[in-house]
Design a protein around this ligand. Structure first.
Ligand SMILES: *[C@@H]1O[C@H](CO)[C@@H](O)[C@H](O)[C@H]1NC(C)=O
Ligand SMILES: *[C@@H]1O[C@H](CO)[C@@H](O)[C@H](O)[C@H]1NC(C)=O
Ligand SMILES: *[C@@H]1O[C@H](CO)[C@@H](O)[C@H](O)[C@H]1NC(C)=O
Ligand SMILES: *[C@@H]1O[C@H](CO)[C@@H](O)[C@H](O)[C@H]1NC(C)=O
Ligand SMILES: *[C@@H]1O[C@H](CO)[C@@H](O)[C@H](O)[C@H]1NC(C)=O
Length: 416
C-alpha cells in the first residue's frame, strides 16, 4: 500500500505528471520546459515541426467571454492550424473536422493529426486544430510565469472560456470561408475529448457531432469509483504479469520498513541509484508510483510499456526480495548508468505553482481523480476510468477498440 500522508500533494503532482510528462525525461530539474515536455514529442524526437499541408495561424481571441468589465474587451492571440488539402469546399458543404486542443502546446505532428488526416480524404473535410488558451503559444499574458502568477491572471483559464474560444473561432472561420453550411465535427482526446463532448452539448448549433476519445466525461460526482485511476493502473500491471503485480504490491511494505531502519534511506538511495540522497521515503514512493502511472497511461500496444517494465521486474526469478526486483526493473528501463531523479515536496509545489493544469484541476476538472489504492483492480486505459464503454442513447454511442481507449461519440445525426 502506498503511503497516505503526502497523498494530497502527491495526487495533484501525479495528475500533472500523468497528463503532461514523459517518464524518460528524469534527467534534470533545471528547466520546467524540459521537465514537462510530452511523451510523444520526446518519443518522436520532433521539436514540433509542423507537418506539410498545415498552415499555422493566429486568431485574435476574446479574453473573457462572460463579462462586460473593461478587461473583457482585451484580446490575445490564439494559435490554430489549418489543412485545406482534402477539403471539398464550401459550395459542396464539405465538412470541417476540428481538433480541440488540450492542456498542452498544440503539436502538429503525426500523433495528433493522424486520425483526422486519415479520415479527411473520405469526407473531403477541412482540418482545423485549435490550441487551448494558456498553453503553448496561446498565452494571454505572454509567459507562463506571468499567466500563472496569481488569481488575477489565472481567472481566464477555464474550460468554459476554452469552449467559448472554440465556438467563436469556428463561427468566425465558417463566416470567412462562406462555409456556414459545412457541418462541424469536433474531436479530442482526454481532457480535450471532454471539451469536444461539452462543446457539442453546450453549443449544439455549432457542431453536429463530437468524438471524445479516452475522455473521462463521467468522472464526476459519484458516477464512477473514486479510486478509478489507480485501480486501472493496477489491473494493467496485473494483466501483464501476476508476479510483477504482486512484487509491486509487496514492495511498498518493504520500502517503508527499510526507511525506518538505521541508515535505511541511504540504503534505499543506493539501491535505486537516486541522483541525490533521499531525504524522505515519499520521495522514492512518489517517483515509483509516477513510473507505474505513466507506463500504464501510455501503454499502447506498440509501446508495451507495462510489459517492458514487468519483464524487467520478473527477470530474476530467484530474487525473492520484492524491493530488489523493483530496483532492478526500474534501473533496467531507465538505464543502469543513469541516476534516478527524485523531488522534494517543495519542488513539486514549485511545479504546481507554475502549472496551469493544477489550477484547472482544482477549480473544475476531475477533482476526485484517483486515490492511492494502487494495485487493486480496474479497467484498461486509466485515464478512461470515467470513460464511456456502453451506448448511452441512440445519439450518444460508445466506440470501443480492442486494447484501445474508449471513445464516446455525441452525434446529432448518426451517419452524418
Ligand atoms: C502568431 O503570433 C506569435 C506571437 O506574436 C508569433 O510569434 C507567430 O509568428 C505568429 N504566427 C503566425 C502564423 O502569424
Ligand atoms: C461556389 O459558388 C459560387 C456561387 O455560386 C461561385 O461563384 C464559385 O465559383 C463557386 N466556387 C467553386 C470553387 O466552385
Ligand atoms: C497579481 O499580480 C499583478 C501584477 O503583479 C498585480 O497587479 C495584481 O494586483 C495581483 N493580483 C492579485 C489578486 O494578487
Ligand atoms: C476571419 O477574417 C478576419 C478578417 O480577415 C480575420 O481577422 C480573422 O482572423 C479570420 N478568422 C479566422 C478564424 O480565420
Ligand atoms: C453503440 O451503438 C452503435 C450504433 O448502433 C454500435 O455500432 C456500437 O457497436 C455500439 N457500441 C457498444 C459499445 O455497444
Amino acid at each position: 500500500m502506498a503511503p497516505k500522508n503526502t497523498f494530497g500533494v502527491f495526487l495533484l503532482f501525479c495528475l500533472i505528471l500523468l497528463l503532461l510528462s514523459v517518464e524518460s525525461r528524469w534527467t534534470s530539474l533545471g528547466t520546467h520546459e524540459k521537465y514537462f515536455s510530452s511523451l510523444r514529442r520526446t518519443k518522436a524526437s520532433i521539436h514540433n515541426t509542423i507537418l506539410p499541408d498545415f498552415e499555422m495561424r493566429n486568431y485574435t481571441q476574446t479574453l473573457d467571454h462572460f463579462n462586460f468589465g473593461p478587461n473583457s474587451y482585451d484580446t490575445f492571440l490564439q494559435r490554430y492550424a489549418m489543412n485545406f488539402k482534402y477539403w471539398g469546399g464550401a459550395n459542396t458543404s464539405s465538412p470541417i473536422f476540428v481538433y480541440i486542443g488540450d492542456e498542452e502546446e498544440l503539436f502538429i505532428d503525426k500523433f495528433t493529426t493522424d486520425f483526422l488526416v486519415t479520415n479527411a480524404p473520405h469526407f473531403k473535410s477541412l482540418l482545423v486544430f485549435i490550441e487551448h488558451r494558456y498553453y503553448g503559444e496561446s498565452n494571454p499574458f505572454g509567459s507562463m510565469e506571468e499567466a500563472y502568477k496569481n488569481s488575477s491572471t489565472l481567472q481566464y483559464l477555464s474550460s468554459e472560456q476554452a469552449l467559448a474560444d472554440c465556438a467563436q473561432l469556428i463561427t468566425d472561420l465558417k463566416k470567412n470561408l462562406s462555409a456556414e453550411n459545412s457541418p462541424v465535427i469536433v474531436v479530442g482526446g482526454s481532457y480535450g475529448g471532454m471539451l469536444a463532448a461539452w462543446l457539442r452539448l453546450k453549443y449544439p448549433h455549432i457542431t453536429i457531432g463530437a468524438l471524445a476519445s479516452s475522455a473521462p466525461i463521467l468522472y464526476f460526482d459519484d458516477i464512477t469509483p473514486h479510486n478509478g485511476y489507480c485501480s486501472v493502473v493496477s489491473r494493467d500491471f496485473r494483466e501483464s504479469s501476476e508476479s510483477c503485480y504482486r512484487t509491486i504490491k509487496n514492495s511498498w511494505h518493504g520500502i517503508m520498513k527499510t526507511a525506518t531502519q538505521y541508515e535505511g534511506l541511504t540504503a534505499l538511495s543506493q539501491m535505486f541509484n537516486t541522483c541525490r540522497p533521499l531525504t524522505s521515503v515519499e520521495e522514492l514512493t512518489n517517483v515509483l508510483e509516477h513510473i507505474y502511472f505513466v507506463r500504464a497511461q501510455y501503454n499502447d500496444p506498440s509501446s508495451n510499456l507495462v510489459n517492458e517494465l514487468c519483464e524487467a521486474i520478473d527477470k530474476d526469478s530467484h530474487e525473492i526480495n520484492p524491493l530488489r526486483r523493483i530496483a532492478y526493473g526500474v534501473k533496467a528501463i531507465h538505464g543502469f548508468s543513469r541516476c534516478l531523479n527524485v523531488w522534494s515536496v517543495e519542488e513539486m509545489n514549485e511545479f504546481d505553482r507554475l502549472f496551469g493544469w493544477r489550477w484547472q484541476n482544482i477549480k473544475e476538472v476531475l477533482k476526485d481523480f484517483g486515490s492511492n489504492v494502487i494495485f487493486s483492480n480496474g479497467l484498461r486505459d486509466p485515464y478512461s476510468s470515467g470513460g464511456v464503454l456502453q451506448n448511452i442513447s441512440s445519439t450518444i454511442v460508445a466506440v470501443t477498440t480492442t486494447k484501445g481507449i474508449p471513445s464516446v461519440s455525441v452525434c446529432a445525426r448518426m451517419g452524418a
